[in-house]
Design a protein around this ligand. Structure first.
Ligand SMILES: [Zn+2]
Length: 453
């Protein structure tokens, strides 16, 4: 089996061949931390978690380095901190903890490294100095700008033409730019804003240089996969390529993987659109795996239409699976086999909808209580981050437990005795009594188990 990934740069599905199979390297643009992550922000977190799992499965758990940065200095962060009347650092630290909680909730593995931009200012300054030295960047009124015209490949990732970009640029081009398409590497900070010393005075980095510096530090000049949301292709990733390739003289990333938008009634879910649902808002109503499965039912490159019906549908699937598994003693499978069908689907450009269809098929085979099938089902589901809850916790999730369990056990025993004595009418009466408590009884292999309705 071989892994194929759709590469945005070449606009084709390509066989994945790592530079070094003993150290497969992936960089994904992480969150800008100023508010609760919304569902659109959660999509790349889940998509690249699955890719991380696939790479670990192929090359070995310890042989994949997954870097996902944290942008903790940015215009939006500064503006929000000001609005909240709090220190920038208090806001970013708090938001990072929201992000971590939400990532756990949707069942993602921790990336190998989660570098913060503010811990890497000197690395950014270093790259900017190289670019100035090579005369690819220039200083102007305390800003440092990258000269897009000096990089011949500018626009190749996004398929944009430099002349069109310039023609389309807003008329009120900032006076400090030589060319409207030039972008900021460093800018002066206003009074009270976060600032660092630099050869160009006190200031702060532009957003794009952050990712060039952090990917370089942890993954080197040339690495395997760069990922992120489709909305980052231009200008963010285009600018990352320009900076990194010009500074280091090597191809930046060998594969570019981008996930599609989350949409609400056809529009992109975005903070600025006001049409967003935060992950945190879903926690009272759904288990994290419901969110995860909902994301996986659409291929990562397609737009994902976010609806309550889709969530309910995912919950129904997982309820069915957990209800069945809860009849078995353990949620931990005894073997470690992941289904080849599921793997095949995932290796085909992370085709999660197909992998879920495969899981449904495997689940059907579990119906004859064959332990091997159940193991295969659980292994395969757990591989993509599903079926990791305790089945009885899942089944009883969100239900207020006002059940007197001792009383319940006594009633169940009485009913068993009545049945053993052939007093079926009495047994049925007890059953009705129990069911009125909101309990469902299940008789199986001479044993009676119960769960909340
Ligand atoms: Zn980035």
């Amino acid at each position: 089996m071989t892994l194929h990934l759709y590469d945005t740069f070449s606009k084709s599905k390509r066989l994945f061949e790592p530079i070094d199979p003993a150290n497969v390297r992936m960089y994904v643009c992480g969150p800008t931390v100023y508010d609760y992550p919304h569902v659109g922000n959660a999509r790349p977190v889940i998509v690249f978690d699955i890719l991380f799992r696939i790479l670990q499965h192929i090359y070995g758990e310890k042989k994949v380095t997954y870097v996902r940065n944290i942008t903790d200095v940015d215009d939006k962060i500064i503006a929000t901190a000001k609005e909240n009347n709090e220190e920038v650092r208090d806001l970013t630290e708090r938001t990072i903890s929201y992000f971590n909680d939400d990532s756990n909730y949707v069942g993602t593995l921790k990336p190998t490294v989660e570098p913060k931009a503010t811990d890497h200012i000197s690395e950014m300054i270093e790259i900017i100095e190289i670019l100035i030295q090579k005369e690819l960047a220039y200083e102007s009124e305390g800003n440092v700008l990258f000269s897009t015209r000096k990089f011949n490949d500018y626009g190749k990732l996004s398929g944009k033409n430099l002349e069109d970009l310039i023609a389309g640029a807003r008329v009120e081009t900032e006076s400090f730019k030589k060319d409207p398409s030039d972008f900021v590497l460093w800018k002066p900070s206003k009074e009270g804003e976060p600032q660092w010393d630099s050869p160009w005075g006190k200031g702060r980095p532009g957003w794009h240089i952050e990712c060039s510096a952090m990917s370089n530090k942890y993954l080197g000049n040339n690495f395997d996969i760069h990922g992120g949301g489709q909305d980052l292709i231009f200008p963010h990733h285009e600018n990352e390529i320009a900076q990194s390739q010009c500074a280091h003289g090597e191809v930046f990333s060998n594969y570019w993987v981008h996930n599609g938008f989350v949409t609400v009634e056809g529009d992109k879910m975005a903070k600025s659109e006001g049409n967003f649902v935060t992950v945190n808002q879903l926690k009272d109503r759904y288990q994290g795996e419901v969110i995860r499965l909902t994301m996986m039912l659409t291929h990562y490159r397609q737009p994902l239409n976010w609806t309550e019906e889709n969530l309910k549908e995912s919950k129904k699937i997982l309820d069915k699976w957990y209800n069945f598994i809860s009849d078995f003693e353990t949620k931990n499978p005894k073997s470690e086999n992941v289904s080849n069908e599921v793997l095949n689907s995932l290796y085909d450009d992370i085709n999660t909808p197909q992998a879920i269809a495969d899981l449904h098929k495997i689940f059907k085979n579990c119906k004859n209580n064959n332990q091997d099938s159940i193991d295969l089902f659980l292994n395969s589901a757990q591989f993509i981050g599903l079926m990791n809850n305790n089945p009885s916790d899942w089944v009883n999730w969100g239900k207020e437990s006002s059940i007197d369990e001792k009383q319940l056990e006594i009633l169940i025993k009485k009913r068993d005795e009545a049945r053993a004595e052939g007093k079926y009418e009495d047994a049925d009466k007890i059953r009705d009594e129990i069911e009125n408590m909101g309990i469902i009884l299940e008789d199986k292999d001479g044993k009676t188990s119960w769960r909340l309705r």
